[in-house]
Design a protein around this ligand. Structure first.
Ligand code: NAG
Length: 408
């Protein structure tokens, strides 16, 4: 595609969006899947993601994996319309590698029971909730190849309740402290969020990411930092499993840790939209539900992941709401094990500080002002390599993540 065509594509898409019609802008060119073009795309992707490989052999192996993933993405995107896969930060991971390094939720019913089912503070649920807009969510973290998702998930929920109860901008807390010091869990080899809450309670609090930084490995516990209690919790709760009504009440109350079944390749390569693809009911990954809403008539749960902001919608994913006989725990079993930290005392009625200024993230590395729209100037299937910003009066384009992705 030439620059002009792409730009016009974006403009006409804005027009279509203004009329409320969904528009698929991921136009794949089959020729780009052929090897020379694919190598070129791989080079651009490596630069975008600052990837370097140890040897030529490793480079070649990565290219083969990347090329396989490109073919998978292209076929998937031509078949599925509700969400998109793309060349995100995990596009050079084989499916086996992905499963071995990125997941790490270890379900265990015994300790989970120590967190109780509690009554919800919320009685009427709003139509949509986004805790990011209430300034109760920190920026997206990156667990790297450490299977410590459970700690990231628990810490995100603690950051949330701390912000809600103090009315202050949330401070990024330390998953590494929990990974190293909570011996009921298994550090980078997996764990459960509810145990992490129990550990934080027992310790009397948790310190910040700055003071106890992430090391991408299980290390010995830095005991000198244990008394540094920047955030504290008083208890923990579990949401009755497989109950969408209860889960909605919980998410309207605060960010909630959840376990999901994430082993599918489509989960690995997700970039945008409401994910309603194939998933099983065996949970293996911990994330945090930070809201819910509706897109294109489909309800979704908004989840914060810990695979950096170059995965999904700037690090977030929308998972389809809905329960059926095949999926009693909801899509990807998101309703199966929700848990959350509890704080006692008085919370300020709704004394949230203003959210930090928003910009539109076109993709991983390009941003536009919140008054502008992103226009893709060089694109490949599922990957826009270059963006420019343009002024537009279409307010939908200013409203954040979806608009930015639709502009690809
Ligand atoms: C699901 O949760 C709601 C809200 O707490 C409750 O009223 C309802 O009885 C629960 N449903 C089942 C089947 O347990």
């Amino acid at each position: 595609m030439t620059r002009l065509q792409v730009f016009l594509g974006v403009l006409s898409a804005s027009l279509v969006l203004a009329l409320g019609i969904e528009y698929d802008l991921y136009v794949g060119e089959p020729s780009s899947l052929e090897e020379p073009a694919a190598r070129d795309i791989f080079g651009k992707w490596k630069r975008q993601h600052n990837k370097e490989y140890e040897s030529d052999e490793e480079h070649e192996k990565r290219f083969q994996v990347f090329h396989d993933n490109m073919q998978y993405i292209s076929a998937y995107n031509s078949r599925v319309k509700s969400h998109k896969l793309g060349l995100n930060s995990l596009a050079d991971n084989s499916h086996e590698e992905y499963q071995a390094t990125r997941l790490g939720h270890k379900p265990d019913e015994t300790l989970q029971n120590k967190c109780e089912e509690l009554p919800f503070a919320v009685k009427d649920v709003p139509e949509m909730v986004d805790w990011r807009k209430q300034n109760a969510v920190t920026s997206v973290k990156d667990q790297g190849s450490c299977g410590g998702c459970w700690a990231f998930s628990a810490v995100a929920a603690v950051e949330g309740i701390e912000a809600i109860y103090t009315g202050k901008t949330p401070v990024s807390l330390s998953p590494q402290e929990v990974i190293d010091c909570d011996s009921d869990n298994h550090g980078c080899n997996g764990g459960v969020q509810a145990w992490a809450y129990l550990w934080i309670m027992k310790n009397g609090g948790i310190t910040t990411e700055d003071r106890y930084p992430f090391k991408e490995d299980t290390e010995s516990c830095s005991t000198d930092k244990l008394a540094d209690h920047v955030a504290q919790i008083d208890g923990c709760g579990v949401v009755p499993p497989d109950n969408e009504t209860a889960f909605k009440l919980a998410v309207a109350q605060q960010p909630i840790s959840v376990a999901v079944a994430a082993k599918q390749k489509a989960f690995q390569l997700y970039v945008s939209g409401v994910f309603d693809g194939d998933c099983d009911q065996f949970v293996d990954h911990g994330v945090t539900a930070v809201g819910y809403g509706t897109q294109g008539g489909q309800g979704y749960w908004l989840i914060k992941n810990s695979w950096n902001e170059h995965w999904g919608e700037n690090g977030y994913m929308k998972i389809a709401m809905g329960v059926d006989a095949q999926e009693p725990g909801g899509k990807c079993a998101i309703l199966s094990q929700p848990s959350y930290p509890v704080k006692h005392g008085n919370k300020p009625p709704s004394h949230f500080p203003p959210s930090p200024p928003q910009h539109i993230q076109c993709d991983m590395y390009s941003q536009c002002d919140s008054t502008q729209c992103c226009a893709c100037t060089v694109s490949y299937p599922g990957l826009c390599v270059e963006y420019t910003c343009y002024e537009s009066s279409d307010s939908r384009c200013h409203s954040g993540f979806d608009a930015a992705h639709r502009a690809i």
